[in-house]
Design a protein around this ligand. Structure first.
Ligand code: ADP
Ligand code: MG
Length: 231
């Protein structure tokens, strides 16, 4: 809670009210699992972090002005240690080309989530003027707009409500292990919905919050990307 408050206070002190992966400490404070991640501001530091992280890494531009990172080529998946320094420079160049005056906070390096055995889901919250905070769950990643497979509950959500959410989307069979795949960690999803519900209850200034994707594998869940808006 204290750590979360500090992150949100830093937001209030700048004119910008949108946040991205630089705020992933909020997840940590609420026990929502995420891959090993770090934000750096030089190619040398990027290499150092990449060496520390197991296997190849994902690299992402970190800027409150670029919240749809893939749209500008701002996400690189499967980067090996030899490629890290060039990838860093390339991400910064792309961001500068896209918006010369963008506020660049650095580059995030992240452990790879297992997308082969995992499903990209989305867990979100939107404050509705009438109903208050609405929790959302659905299929995530790049398909979220196309399939519109989402479901909503008024927060705070109980465990059984969160579980219903995971069962009632059209693509629920994917999570249960369609086509010989192992079932995803639905308990992990249920817990994440409840923890995010608690987070936004504790901080009414948060108007919107998306974890997209929350990668759900048979072994657990990993929040790999977030964005939020603070009033
Ligand atoms: P954005 O939504 O801003 O474009 P994301 O961080 O969500 O950026 O990354 C886009 C996509 O890249 C994700 O939907 C996912 O498919 C992939 N990706 C991102 N981070 C990871 C990761 N740590 N491991 C595996 N795949 C990832
Ligand atoms: Mg995303």
């Amino acid at each position: 809670q204290e750590a979360a408050r500090e992150i949100l206070e830093r937001v209030e002190s700048r004119e910008d009210n949108r946040l991205g992966v630089e705020a992933m400490g909020l997840l940590e404070a609420y026990g929502i699992p995420m891959p090993d991640s770090d934000i750096v501001d030089s190619p040398e530091d990027a290499l150092e972090v990449a060496k520390r992280i197991e296997g190849d890494v994902v690299m992402k531009i970190v800027s409150p002005d670029i919240l749809h990172k893939s749209d500008i080529g701002g996400v690189k998946v499967g980067v090996s240690d030899d490629e890290v320094e060039d990838a860093y420079e390339d991400l910064i160049t792309r961001a500068r080309n896209y918006q010369p005056d963008a506020n660049l906070l650095g580059v995030q390096l992240q452990e790879m989530a297992d997308l082969d055995s995992g499903t990209e889901t989305i867990v979100g919250m939107n404050r509705d003027p009438q109903f208050g905070p609405l929790m959302m769950f659905g299929l995530g990643g790049i398909f979220v707009e196309i399939l519109e497979d989402t479901t909503f509950r008024v927060a705070p959500v109980s465990e059984s409500e969160a579980r219903e959410m995971t069962e009632e989307i059209k693509t629920a069979p994917l999570l249960r292990g369609a086509r010989g795949r192992d079932p995803a960690d639905v308990d992990g999803i249920v817990e994440t919905i409840q923890r995010l519900s608690q987070l936004v209850a504790d901080f009414p200034a948060i108007m919107e919050f998306d974890i997209n994707p929350l990668v759900a594998t048979p072994d657990g869940v990993d929040a790999v990307d977030i964005r939020l808006t603070v009033d």
